[in-house]
Structures are given as C-alpha cells and as structure tokens.
Design a protein around this ligand. Structure first.
Ligand code: NDP
Length: 536
C-alpha cells in the first residue's frame, strides 16, 4: 500500500506518499465515525434548503466551480500526479478536461433532463385521466470512489448529484486524500452553501462509517469484494447503491481493421494510468491471420514509451499507485509465464528505478514502477485472463471466426466495456450488440467515461446501476407519479358496493377496455353507464 492510516489511538492521520519517489505528499486527519455521522446529519439539514434552489442558481454555482478549476489546472494536475503516480498530462487529459465538460453539460442540461414528463396512459385518457412524472432529489448522496481517477470520478458524480438538488458527502480513497480535500476546496471557493458538499477522510473504516450513517444513496467505485460488503451494509438501512466495479475489458481486432491505429489504441488502452483503469484493455483478441503483424506493431510502440515520474512532460507511463496493486500485476505476469505465454516486452518491476525508500508498515518499496508488458500466446484458460489485473499488461490471444471472438470476449465474470476493431461497420455493430458489456466501442477504446453525456456502468460483476448520462442522473432522483382525474363528477365503475352488474362490468373491462382497442372499448359504454347509474 502506498499510504497508511495510523491507528486512531495514535495520530489519527492518513499519510499520502508519491509512488514515483516515496516522498510524503501530505497528511490528513481521519474523520471519526461520530464526525461522519454528524456530516451526514448536517448534509440532510442543508438538503432542505439546497433542494429549493432553482436550476439557474445551481448552474451558477457549478459554473463558478469550473472557473475555480480553470484558474489552477496545473496545480491540480500536479497534485493528482503526485498522489497517484500518473503523468501530469494524463491528469489534465483524462481527469480535468472530462470533468470540466461533464460539469458544463449537467449545469446547462439538468433542468431540461428533469423536466416533468407526460406519460402515455392509453385509453384511460377517455376517462379524463392524465399522468405525469416529476423528479425529486433523493437527499444526501454518499460517494466512495477508488484511487485511480481520484479527481474526475468523485467530482463528476458530485456535480451531477448537486445539480439534481442533492447534497453530498465524499470519502476519498486513503491513497489520494489530498485530491479529495482539493475537491472540497473547489466547491467551497465556488460558494456552495456550507454543508452542501463535505469531505470525510480516512480509510475503509471511514467509508464503512459513511455507509452506516445511512445517506439516501451510495455511489461506490471500487472492487467487487468491497462492493459486496457495501451492498450488504447498505441493505440494513435499505440504502440503495450504485456499484461501479471491476473490469476485464476485451478488445477484438478483425483482420480488416486498421492495424496501425488498433496497435496505438491497444497501447494507450492498456498502459494509460499504468493500466489502472476499470476500462483498461485487459485482453486483446486478434484474428489469427494478422496476429503476428499486430503484435509486432504493439511491441514496437511499447518500446518507445518512456516511464518515469509523472511530473516530466515526456513520460507516458507513470508509477503504479500502490505496492498491493503492483504485487497483483507481478503475480499475473508470473502466472502467464508459468502457463506458457510469451513475454514480448517488459515483464517486471522497472530495473531502471532501484528501490530508494520503503515504508515498514505497508512494505511499499518505492518507486512503484512496473514495466509496460506485452504478452503473446495467452488463452482464456490462463488465470490472469480471468482475474482483473489493473496494471500495465497487455495479453494477446487469437481467434479464427467472429463467433469465436464473441465467445472468448464474453467468457468473463466482468462486463464493463469492450471494443471491436473492423472497417466493416455492419459487422462492428453486429458483434458489439452481442458483447455482454455496459459500453462497447467500435474502433475506439476506454475513453467513454470521459463523455459525461453517455451512461457508464457494467453488466455482470462489473456493477449495478449507472453513473453519467441521463441514466446516471436518474439514479440521483426519485420519480414521482402525479395522476389527475378531470371527470371528478362521476364515481368509478370499480368502486363498492359490488353486485352482479359490477361483475359483468369488470368482465367487460377485462375483455374490451384492457384490449387497448378503442373500437372494443366503445362497445363497453352501455354496460359502464348501467354500472355508474347503479352507484349514484
Ligand atoms: P476498493 O474496493 O479497495 O476501495 C474502493 C473505495 O472503497 C476506497 O475509497 C476504499 O477506501 C473504500 N472502502 C474500502 N473498504 C470499505 C468498506 N468496508 N466500506 C466502505 N468503503 C470501503 O477498490 P480499489 O481502491 O482497489 O479500486 C480498484 C477497483 O476499482 C478496481 O477493481 C477497479 O476496476 C474498480 N474501478 C471501477 C470503476 C468503474 O467505473 N466501474 C472505475 C474505477 C475503478 P480506501 O481506499 O481508503 O481503503
């Protein structure tokens, strides 16, 4: 682990280290369980005033928050890079830019997206009835993100929640506590009312305290194991949860694809953020006839990548965020070796960076660099093709037919994203629709989390519910159905007391009205009239 929580009886602090150097980035006091509860209570109080603000007011706050970020892009990117190990450029391109776009989108469009909507209630309109849906905010949203995109994931979810009229409490990862505080600072500078947005700091226990404090919804991003624990804890209070969990995302490359582009995409998709993206390319399936050519292109491109500390502008692959994650990668690469796959390039801790310092409590051996690693001859039977690696590895397997490619891609407990590479768009769409994943790209990889306008979430063990897009916004509100009767001068045929005429009418309702046919419903009118006269 890169950082550690010092026992509450001792210092009550989370210490954050730069994984590229081992230098301490800072310390943050942990929030006690009592204070987490108090934060949620405060959040609930503020909710009653925040929910009454107009969309225009919320938009102004959100646009001011964007301005605060825009004035300090470099400072924020440096902090993200220092705490997570990712290159400075990636912090801007993959965290700051996408979340700025998401913020402007939801600032401008939430009102439209949550406008009351009329419902088509079929033949009930003949009875003077109408229905519409209005959307209410839920209350307090608890956000528990992972460390891999410590800025864009919690900030994006918070921006959507606030625009929908909710208040927010975030528990950042213990690995990136200062980025968490930075998010709080941005909202405070933007003038959001005190308590509308709060940060609680600490490790898993603090997250657990947040779940136990029973916010109105939990937005969780992390591993399947923790996701299950949170779902179980949340169930005690019937708190609903959105779970954004792991992935083992396949990239399928057909022989007609632009191989040069596919190779570039595979390298970026597997190695950006040192492979620590839930939607990283974790399995590449290439059609047998072009496997050798594509593998060579990928290896050549990988050889050109410079690895190093994220603050250098020409570094493409930074450090991994934690020793724990690096050990999983080592284990997976070794298991590929043992199973007979070939390591084409990379394959271990980067020897150019000898351990400079270590942390005795966490056994982290800084700096945490694992080489970008390309592996050929992988098959789905190998353990590391099934478990999430979450590191800079790109295992390559082959297929012969379209059916085989789909079968191999779907042979996984996960289903977050996938990609299909072909010049034949009909085939691309046909294959995409058969892949069991929440998002499938044709001739593109990984980046759609960066398009806040589109829904994000997984099939199978990759999650429950959605963030982003209209579907994600709907997770942050509760729909209320308003039903109106404009014929409030006659009784309903189904009211009491019941009688033989009533039963006859109910039969007619079942056979004629419920057919949805206006012609059959018209035949029901004499019977209906008889019944209404009986009731008056
Ligand atoms: P974890 O599940 O270990 O942790 C996720 C968050 O939960 C952290 O903030 C963690 O705090 C907190 N936490 C840990 N235990 C508890 C608990 N008992 N109760 C409440 N909160 C708790 O995941 P990682 O941080 O290791 O993240 C990597 C995983 O996240 C990968 O599987 C990856 O695929 C997934 N992920 C999914 C995404 C998606 O959109 N689907 C996006 C990004 C990542 P702390 O860190 O302080 O221990």
């Amino acid at each position: 682990m890169k950082s550690v929580v010092i026992e509450q009886s001792e210092l009550q602090e989370v210490v954050s280290y730069n994984p590229a150097t081992g230098a301490e980035v800072g310390r943050v006091a942990t929030t006690t369980a009592d204070d987490v509860r108090a934060a949620v209570e405060r959040s609930r109080e503020v909710f009653h005033t925040w929910k009454k603000t107009s969309f225009a007011e919320r938009r102004r706050f959100m646009m001011r928050a964007r301005e605060v970020i825009l004035t300090d892009i470099d400072g924020i990117a440096k902090l993200i890079s220092a705490e997570s190990g990712k290159p400075f450029g990636e912090a801007i391109a993959m965290e700051i830019a996408p979340v700025l776009d998401l913020m402007q989108h939801f600032a401008r469009n939430t009102e439209k997206m949550l406008r009351p909507a009329k419902i088509n209630i079929g033949l009930y309109i003949l009875m003077g009835r109408s229905s519409k849906i209005v959307y209410h905010p839920l209350g307090t949203i608890g956000i528990i993100p992972a460390w891999n995109y410590p800025f864009s994931i919690p900030l994006g979810e918070a921006a959507m929640a606030l625009m929908a009229g909710n208040t927010v409490v975030i528990k950042p990862s213990e690995l990136t506590p200062l980025v968490g505080l930075k998010i709080g600072e941005i909202f405070a500078k933007a003038g959001f009312p005190e308590g509308a947005f709060q940060i609680v700091s600490g490790a898993g226990e603090t997250g657990s305290a947040l779940v136990d404090a029973a916010p109105d919804k939990i937005m969780f991003t992390g591993s399947v194991g923790t996701g299950k624990k949170i779902a179980m804890a949340a169930a005690k209070n019937l708190t609903s949860v959105v779970l954004e969990l792991g992935g083992k995302d396949p990239m399928i490359v057909f022989e007609d694809a632009n191989l040069e582009l596919a190779a570039g995409a595979a390298v970026w998709g597997a190695f950006c953020n040192s492979g620590q993206s839930c939607s990283s390319v974790e399995r590449l399936y290439v059609q047998e006839s072009v496997a050798e050519k594509l593998t060579k292109l990928i290896v050549d491109k990988t050889r050109q990548l410079k690895q190093g500390s994220g603050d250098a502008e020409d570094v493409s692959v930074g450090a991994m965020s934690s020793e724990r994650q690096l050990k999983i990668v080592e284990d997976h690469v070794n298991s590929f070796r043992e199973a007979g796959a070939k390591i084409e390039i990379g394959g271990g801790r980067n020897a150019d960076f000898s351990p400079r310092s270590s942390d005795s409590r966490t056994e982290a051996r800084f700096p945490l660099f694992f080489e970008p690693t390309v592996i050929s001859g992988a098959t789905n039977e190998m353990r590391a093709m099934q478990e999430e690696t979450f590191g800079p590895t790109l295992p390559i397997a082959t297929f012969r037919t379209e059916e085989e490619a789909i079968r191999l891609a779907n042979d996984s407990e996960f289903g977050l994203t996938a990609s299909v590479w072909t010049r034949d768009y009909t085939r691309g769409r046909r294959v995409a629709e058969q892949i069991e994943s929440g998002s499938v790209c044709i001739n593109e990889v990984l980046y759609t989390h960066g398009i806040g306008q589109t829904p994000w979430g997984g099939f199978k063990n990759s999650g429950r519910g959605r963030t982003h897009g209209r579907e994600g916004l709907m997770e942050l509100v509760q729909p209320q159905h308003i039903h109106t009767n404009r014929f409030a001068f006659i009784p309903n045929a189904w009211w009491m007391p019941y009688s033989a005429t009533a039963i006859e009418t109910f039969r007619a309702l079942a056979t004629k009205f419920a057919s949805g046919s206006i012609f059959k419903t018209a035949q029901l009118l004499p019977q209906l009239w008889k019944r209404i006269k009986e009731l008056r």
